[in-house]
Design a protein around this ligand. Structure first.
Ligand code: ARG
Length: 589
């Protein structure tokens, strides 16, 4: 289905050309004076220059042409030369009915040139619990993935686990101190290793911080951890087997956590998967003359003439030959290109890593690891702050685990929901979880990703204002009307959306027409906040209509069935949007 603005622009363009003016003047936009009109065209103002004619004369001619159009109830010229437009109510109803006849996509077409887009998001580190810092990447990345899929793109999400480097050596060292007799530490052991991991997730999450603290106090402990890391990276059998256990236990736990967030990944690759590609990659960078030794380290220059600030070289190997975070990200490109050849890779990572990604992207492009056909995009997000404006912490000042944050929200939601006494405990708990997730996700996604925001439980969980629970409340309101209508023994099957009879009804209808444009714009800018802004406007319009209109007591059955159709469409559009944002609505709340 064509987008409403395109249809209107085509109609106005036709009028311009019929009056002898160039088609480029027919572009229509949403009105910036909604008190006067719904849409406007400023083309006559620009055309005046080319045709050396007063703008209002041109606008008058075009308005006269449009007077016969069934699309508009108003097409008037106003001085000095604007065209003010209002849609005809029957035309609008017809457009919405067409949207409704397409019950999954509501007229939003898929992209004619579907692309293969990889998303690097999540980025958790194994053996460490997910904390609030991981929330944004997961929530934003998931939404962009869903948005892209809705528009027909092949979106592949990769969690890119942090499973390489010193943290692994630390865990191995600590385990060795605790359980030295395990076969993993016996260099002469040739048998197969146990299938069961020698630790649980709870132990693992305790082992890492313990080891990390020890390494800061004892130089010898750190030395041992570095040695273990080195041996692991050199392929020591027992350590490789331990790494597999660590991954297994950790990933099982991570999956459970992400599931609670309604976030899922197509690929569970990690930094360690990139390691096999490092030697050849480095060799080629040297052979091609890109990599050179600088102060002992192997580096590639990435500065460009147009830079306004200093972009340091990208470091490939440290002076001791060890690989770095950079090396891993570069080698990750190697398998992503080989296995998927994506049109684009988007990284959803804390914006403090922006300079780092500039270096890595430039290095990948310059050395030819990533060809011209693949776009690389860094989508940096801001920090989630507490009410004090500083990075969000627990009351004790520590890093808050994601699980704790979610249970705090759920508890708050549970209190609110059980206040209305109509639900039993089990349903209230279940509902609290659904609504709580909307509070967290919408609270995050409704902000432009690159900005910092304040995590404010009271505001996020409110049923009023620009919040997830408000959106869900609106959907539940519609569901409840639809259920009551059905309970009256009625059905709107076969009925149609009718021309609006009031301003509030028309307001709702106009909001609905903006669905496809909102989805496309949000995807083009990788900006889920635009979906939020769209549904906030739509929810407001729905509630305004609801307050102004007797729906269930309407006596004219045809009129009433028309309202029901309009509500069904609104519900469908809202539910599609929240699904793209990564949450869902309960039956009641
Ligand atoms: N694990 C990293 C961290 O916790 C984030 C990974 C981001 N993705 C990447 N390809 N480097 O900071």
């Amino acid at each position: 289905m064509k987008k409403i603005l395109d249809l209107i622009s085509a109609e106005v363009t036709k009028a311009f050309t019929e009056c002898g003016y160039d088609e480029k003047y027919g572009k229509v936009t949403l009105s910036n004076r909604p008190d006067l009109c719904e849409y406007q065209c400023n083309g006559a103002m620009a055309a005046a220059k080319e045709y050396k004619k007063a703008p209002f004369l041109i606008a008058d001619e075009v308005a006269a042409k449009l007077s016969g159009s069934a699309m508009f109830s108003l097409a008037e010229s106003v001085k000095p030369g604007f065209l003010n437009l209002k849609l005809d109510n029957a035309y609008l109803a017809g457009y919405l009915q067409e949207m409704k006849n397409d019950p999954k996509r509501f007229g939003c077409e898929t992209d004619k040139n579907p692309r293969l887009i990889m998303l690097d998001y999540g980025g958790p580190n194994v053996a460490k619990p997910l904390h609030v810092g991981h929330l944004r990447s997961a929530v934003i990345g998931e939404s962009i993935k869903r948005l892209g899929r809705f528009l027909g793109h092949n979106m592949i999400g990769d969690v890119h686990l942090g499973d390489w480097g010193l943290q692994m050596g630390l865990i191995i060292t600590e385990l060795r101190e605790r359980k030295p007799n395990l076969p993993y530490f016996d260099e002469h052991y040739e048998g197969s290793y146990p299938e069961e991991a020698p630790f649980t997730i709870t132990e693992l999450e305790e082992i890492y911080p313990t080891a990390s603290a020890k390494s800061k106090e004892q130089a010898s402990y750190k030395e041992a951890a570095m040695q273990a890391t080195y041996e692991l990276q050199q392929g020591r059998r027992g350590y490789q087997a331990l790494l597999a256990h660590i991954l297994n236990v950790s990933v099982t736990d991570l999956k459970r956590n992400y599931e609670n967030l309604n976030v899922s990944f197509d690929l569970w690759k990690g930094e360690s998967d990139a390691q096999p590609f490092i030697p050849d990659m480095v060799q080629k960078m040297k052979d091609d003359g890109y990599a050179y030794i600088s102060e002992g380290a192997l580096v590639v220059d990435v500065k460009e003439e147009t830079d306004t600030k200093e972009i340091p070289p990208c470091m490939i190997l440290k002076s001791d030959g060890a690989s770095l975070y950079n090396t891993t990200d570069l080698a990750t490109f190697v398998w992503r290109m080989k296995d998927y050849h994506p049109d684009e890779i988007i990284y959803i990572v804390d914006k403090r890593q922006e300079l780092y990604f500039t270096q890595v992207f430039r290095c990948a492009k310059k050395t030819g690891i990533v060809g011209a056909g693949t776009e690389l995009k860094f989508l940096g997000f801001g920090t989630m702050n507490g009410k004090d404006g500083k990075p969000f912490k627990t009351r004790e000042g520590g890093v808050m685990r994601l699980e704790s944050l979610l249970s705090e929200i759920n508890e708050e939601m549970y209190k609110k929901i059980s206040d209305n006494h109509t639900m039993d405990e089990a349903e209230a708990r279940k509902t609290a979880k659904i609504v709580g997730l909307s509070a967290v996700k919408y609270g995050d996604l409704s902000n432009q990703a690159s900005k910092d925001y304040i995590f404010d439980i009271d505001r996020f969980t409110s049923f009023e204002g620009n919040t997830g629970p408000y959106i869900l409340y609106t959907i539940v309101r519609i569901k409840s009307i639809l259920a009551k209508y059905k309970a009256l023994g009625k059905t709107a099957e076969g009925a149609k959306i009718l021309p609006a009879k009031s301003e509030s009804e028309k307001g709702l209808m106009l909001e609905l027409t903006g669905f496809a444009a909102a989805m496309e714009a949000a995807f083009a800018d990788a900006a889920p906040h635009r979906v939020c802004a769209y549904i906030y406007g739509l929810a407001n319009a729905l509630n305004h209509f609801y307050h102004e209109t007797k729906i269930l007591t309407e006596e004219d059955e045809t009129v009433q069935a028309g309202y029901i159709c309009l509500l069904e469409l609104t519900r469908g559009v809202l539910e599609t949007c929240i699904d793209v944002l990564g949450f869902s609505a309960p039956e009641r709340m």
